[in-house]
Design a protein around this ligand. Structure first.
Ligand SMILES: [Zn+2]
Length: 108
């Protein structure tokens, strides 16, 4: 068995507004090491409570940690509440023609 824990905060980009999101990473996996090529029984394949990790020769721990982190990341990180870029202040955006209207009728 291999117990893998990875904790930390990762800066991700929101897929909607492109602003930063602090993602709290919390990986806690218990992996059962099995020799690569070993057939798993049907019971083992259907058991969602167990994670099997086939290993051939030496285990590349850095690669394993990287894979586990990538699996834990959201596919499309988003803020719970946010709009498209610029959408938040669209209602208050100054109409460029409003400034021109203000100039109308003024003496040069
Ligand atoms: Zn956002």
């Amino acid at each position: 068995m291999l117990h893998l824990e990875v904790n930390g905060v990762l800066p991700l980009a929101c897929q909607r507004c492109l602003d930063g999101i602090r993602f709290e990473l919390d990986v806690d996996s218990l992996l059962e090491l099995i020799p690569e090529g070993n057939e798993l029984s049907q019971d083992e394949l259907e058991d969602d409570t167990r994670d099997f990790l086939p290993v051939a020769g030496e285990l590349d721990v850095a690669e394993l940690v990287e894979d586990e982190i990538l699996l834990a990341l959201p596919v499309a990180p988003r803020h719970e509440k946010c709009g498209l870029p610029g959408a938040a202040d669209a209602g208050e955006r100054i109409n460029p023609f409003a400034a021109l209207a203000g100039l109308k009728g003024k003496p040069n």
